[in-house]
Design a protein around this ligand. Sequence first.
Ligand code: SF4
Length: 386
Amino acid sequence: MNIRCSSLPRVLACPASLQEPEVRIDSVGDEARVGSAVHECLAGAVSQSSFDTASSARNFKVPEQDVRPLVWRGVKIWNDIQDSLAVAVVEEQMHEVVVGSCVEDHVSLSGSPDIIAFTLADEEAGEHADMIVWDWKTGVQGPEYIDQVMGYALLASKKFDYDLATHGCKGAIAWVREGGWEIVDLTPAMFDDFGARLAAVQSEPDRYGPSEAACKYCPRRHECPAQTALARSAIADLTAVESQLTDMVPADLAALKPKADVLKRLLGLYDKSLKAAVVEAGSLSRGDGREMYMSTREKRKLVLETAWPVLAELLGVDPEYFPTLLEKLSDMGAIDVKLTKVLDAVGDGAAKGQKGKKKDDARAQMDAIGAIEVHKYDVLTTRKEM
Ligand code: SF4
């Protein structure tokens, strides 16, 4: 049995998710693609001190504005810590049969740890260098990620002949969305427990453990019997109290929240699957004379550092007044200036009847110097069937 380390949090919570789905639906969401683009940039930043957010955003078909701030936060975290570490490998694919006291020898793990590094210890003086398993996280914080890091630690311990059973190691999890990071001591006892849980995956192949975190990216989520059973029970419970909801005592309302969350999660899943099906087919009939298709919308964003000379003049501000901090924050994507608000501000100073023209002129000037970025995005739309 092979388990990818990135699937470990899900598989350990729900061994049944390892079973092959009858139909494999490929619906990698924007969130996952942004994560991949950020990882590509941060791998470049660590291994070659260079990255290109625009190129990575293009590679993974996501807006650069979603990638850039996360990459800058990751780079900042890395700059703070890198001098105290010796980097051994960056995103190297590893695949090992995991043996020893931790797991049964017929379980193998595979995956590409973001960074394996070692602390700078004077080994000649008898000091021991701790292995650090570094993992960039672009999602929201959650404790279940530790299992993924422990999987990488097992892989890396084989490659570097590092003795986890004696020393344990350290997991470093960098939460780039929040801009923080934490070090977790992974002790030998934790690896023993991890091994026992891995072995249990083999002995309980039909155990289901649905949860938001586990089911979100599960390949079986479109046809999972546990999800169907939960949905039936949630619908029955909520329908039974439908007429009493407005008068219900707070404690009873609160008790219904997990049921409501099950339905919300399923509806989210339905939306995602529907969009994937419409993208695949081009358009889909609803069977009632209307059809669904994806239409492309545009969003215009002001690039503050490019717009600044023109904008300063239009707003009557000294162009020298653009402090370095503001410039840096803008470059990091940490300032999101709304183009429509800026144009409103420019138009506010116009003479009566000239407001529209002044806004149009300002927009044209900023367009001419490349200070307006256009981002395209697709939305699910319905129209009369053609
Ligand atoms: S959808 Fe959830 S409960 Fe069903 S197999 Fe996947 S992780 Fe388990």
